[in-house]
Design a protein around this ligand. Structure first.
Ligand SMILES: Nc1ncnc2c1ncn2[C@@H]1O[C@H](COP(=O)(O)OP(=O)(O)OP(=O)(O)O)[C@@H](O)[C@H]1O
Ligand SMILES: [Mg+2]
Length: 369
């Protein structure tokens, strides 16, 4: 499917790329809003003077530092032979290339880094590669997608802090390389945002679902009538994944049937969650403590979406809020201080399940009488 729109977001990122790197950029947004697609499209259209390292952590399980290292570096190059130094390796590797899916180093150096388990040494190596790229008059860009996947990995302390320190060195201190970290895990973004050590050193860029006008234009491009565009938007909102699935599945007919399938699946998940809470004690961790999730309070939080698609994140019961975010039902935007369902389908499912809860409550009361 052809890439659609995102003019504003593209312009913002291109402007960042034109200036000297000064902060770490975080790209965040709800699940399936098109963050990775936007970045991939941007890379494709960048001029030749950029060299992009696009490292996607999605593809593999990352449970240790070495798992991370394996995905971070790329080795075994044609040019390599007996070369060990970045200075000799880099010119050949970047020749005619705009994007690499790992930091290029020689196999020998990789083996050393792998055995040492010292992040500082790995980062020193990356720094050398980046300096070499600059020496060739190219602009280096480092992009890590699915950043939250290393959120819990430990090497002595938490790996993520070592990584952030390195990112700050690359940007704020040395202005050597543009850095973008992408994540759709909003609790992760919230933790980053709340971290005092990172404050003033990061910039946050939201890639949200399409707005109504853009969503309708997108559907219009694929032949949906205005009536069909409105029906589709009512069910799917502006979620790019849902809209592109709709285009490939329906071509305008069956919109309701496709939406109902999505809603049923989400209702099943919500019902199961509420049912589980009748029998099982569920705790959610926050700042090292476990707080219990209460069924009634969870319903209360869901009720806040009865008349609105978006609420302010003020005075909302913490455990239940975090639980719903963790279950990918709600999305939290700490920068704008709002909470909303991950998609329109989630919103409809929340409302339908609340109706069921209400009705079953009434029958129970009637039966008791
Ligand atoms: N600008 C766009 N034009 C057309 N289709 C798009 C666009 N953005 C996203 N899509 C569609 O939505 C799908 C999901 O997008 P993508 O994987 O980029 O989202 P994401 O935000 O990176 O998701 P995740 O939260 O899982 O990381 C894509 O596979 C594509 O089909
Ligand atoms: Mg993605």
């Amino acid at each position: 499917m052809e890439f659609f729109n995102r003019e504003q977001e593209k312009e913002e990122i291109i402007n960042i790329l034109k200036t000297e790197p000064r902060v770490v950029n975080f790209i965040y947004g709800p699940i399936n809003s098109g963050k990775s697609t936007l970045i991939e499209n941007l890379i494709e259209n960048l001029p030749r003077d950029y060299i992009v390292f696009y490292i996607n952590l999605r593809e593999r399980m990352i449970s240790s530092y070495n798992d991370f290292i394996e995905i971070l570096f790329e080795y075994e190059f044609e040019e390599e032979k007996k070369i060990k130094k970045a200075k000799e390796l880099i010119p050949g590797v970047i020749e005619g290339v705009k994007m690499l899916s790992g930091i290029p180093i020689s196999t020998k150096v990789f083996e050393k880094i792998f055995a040492e388990e010292k992040p500082k040494n790995a980062f020193r190596c990356i720094m050398k590669v980046i300096e070499e790229i600059k020496r060739k008059n190219k602009i280096p860009v480092l992009i890590i997608d699915e950043m939250q996947k290393i959120g819990d990995v430990k090497v002595n302390g938490l790996l993520i802090y070592e990584v952030f320190n390195f990112f700050i060195r690359l940007t704020k201190e040395k202005h050597l390389c543009h850095v973008f970290a992408i994540s759709s895990d909003s609790l992760f973004i919230e933790t980053v945002y709340a971290d005092a050590k990172l404050s003033g050193r990061c910039r946050y860029l939201l890639v949200d679902d399409f707005d109504k006008e853009t969503a309708k234009k997108f559907l219009g491009k694929y032949g949906f009538s205005v009536k069909e565009q409105n029906i589709a938007y009512n069910y799917f909102g502006g979620k790019p994944l849902d809209l592109s699935n709709l285009v490939s599945l329906s071509g305008g007919s069956n919109i309701k049937k496709i939406a109902d399938d999505g809603i049923s699946e989400r209702m099943y998940h919500l019902r199961d969650m509420l049912d589980k809470l009748l029998y099982v004690k569920i705790n959610i961790s926050s700042d090292g403590e476990n707080i219990p999730v209460k069924r009634e309070k969870l319903i209360e939080v869901m009720r806040m979406f009865e008349d609105t698609g978006e609420i302010k994140d003020i005075n909302i019961s913490r455990a239940e809020k975090r639980y719903l975010i963790n279950e990918n039902i709600l999305f939290i935007d700490p920068i704008r201080n709002i909470i909303k369902p991950q998609s329109k389908l989630d919103l409809v499912a929340i409302r339908d399940v609340l109706d069921e809860v209400e009705k079953s409550g009434k029958t129970r009361r009637l039966n008791k009488r």
